[in-house]
Design a binder for this molecule. Structure first.
Ligand code: 8DG
Length: 342
């Protein structure tokens, strides 16, 4: 069975793609291009941790350090790479530094002058921000932009950051403290996604407050050691990065049990008999644009090995440890009930 998953353990990193870009670890052979792009006063003067002039050998040292940090799961400073006539070209860098004790990561970026005005920054930074919230076990991202850099502030707002206030930050390139605006972003700030996606639920009557009721069936699978299976909602889904009970929306004409049996096959490749699903409790929770009604079943018997089918992380969690895993707000009362019951 799946081994215990530490909710804060960073995942192995695979390059991230967008329509036009690849975000990948820097390589030793990027050093000359990196140096050419960042050793430019118009770029360096906006960056807190970049000296100017930028010594050529610093590019080699910095690239080596970024590779070590990725391997240790502490920071992801990545090359923003585009394509020009079938050739890879370095356009800039985007980076994340984990501040695990505060359950947050700091986002930074720069784009070489030649590629300004093409939306490269928001495309790269937005992609890395979504990846981070879905995969790093953090609650929020933080960032800052110089007071005199409205383009960078606009970029942060465009990808979902909210302004918090003003602060002073040391800038190597300026030789002292400079005024900056500080920003943060949580999952709730991710650009609006349809929530939840079709198909329409079985119980589609508007609730009293005019919200649609969405019926979702979920299960606490319990292994012989009394551990409960949680799955991490993958990037791209609403509430990505939060841990949940396996399950999904009840389709029109389906019973909650049939929906669950279908979802468990689709998501985890296991077969469950209806007689093994014991009704346990339910969640009734008002989200911003729908009302969730979610029966939770208990199940101790299934056939097949639990295997994630959608790339989602899984964790077998002792009941006392459930609270260590950030879950959707609707699940909070269920967790308390489970802990008392198991
Ligand atoms: N499965 C599950 N969903 C939960 C839990 N808590 C909670 O708020 N939800 C919400 C999140 C979603 O808005 C909704 C489930 O919808 P979903 O989109 O994940 O369901 P699905 O698997 O049918 O998704 P899809 O095929 O439409 O992508 O219920 C939970 O513990 N388990």
């Amino acid at each position: 069975m799946t081994e215990l998953h530490d909710p804060t353990a960073p995942p192995p990193f695979a390059p991230l793609r967008t329509d036009r870009l690849t975000l990948r670890p820097l390589r030793a052979e990027d050093a000359a291009d990196l140096h050419r792009l960042v050793n430019d006063w118009e770029v360096a003067k906006m960056l807190a941790r970049v000296p100017f002039p930028y010594p050529r050998e610093l590019a080699d040292e910095w690239i080596a350090s970024t590779r070590a940090l990725i391997a240790e799961g502490r920071a992801w400073h990545l090359a923003i790479v585009g394509r020009e006539q079938e050739k890879e070209v370095l356009l800039g860098c985007v980076g994340l530094t984990l501040q695990a004790e505060r359950r947050q990561a700091e986002l930074g970026y720069w784009v070489g002058r030649k590629s300004w005005g093409q939306g490269i920054g928001p495309e790269a930074a937005g992609r890395l921000a979504r990846w981070a919230l879905a995969n790093l076990g953090i609650e929020k991202l933080v960032a800052s932009a110089l007071l005199e850099n409205p383009r960078s502030q606009a970029l942060l707002r465009r990808i979902g950051f909210r302004q918090l206030g003003e602060a002073a930050q040391d800038f190597l390139s300026r030789g002292g403290a400079m005024p900056v605006l500080t920003f943060e972003m949580t999952r709730a700030d991710l650009p609006a996604e349809p929530m939840p996606a079709p198909p329409p639920p079985a119980a589609a009557e508007p609730a009293a407050e005019g919200k649609r009721i969405v019926l979702v069936s979920a299960v606490a699978l319990i292994d012989p050691d009394g551990r409960v299976l949680l799955a991490r909602r993958p990037e791209g889904k609403p509430l990505a990065g939060l841990w949940e009970f396996p399950g999904g929306k009840v389709h029109p004409g389906e019973t909650p049990e049939a929906a669950l049996i279908r979802e468990l096959k689709e998501e985890l490749a296991i077969d469950v008999a209806e007689s093994c699903l014991a009704p346990f409790a339910f969640a009734s929770h008002g989200y911003a644009n729908f009302h969730l009604l979610m029966p939770l079943y208990l199940c101790r018997r299934w056939e097949g090995a639990v295997t994630p089918q959608e790339g989602q992380a899984l964790a077998w969690v002792r009941p006392q440890k459930l609270a260590d895993y950030p879950m959707p707000p609707a699940d909070k009362p269920l967790v308390a009930l489970l802990r008392d019951f198991l």
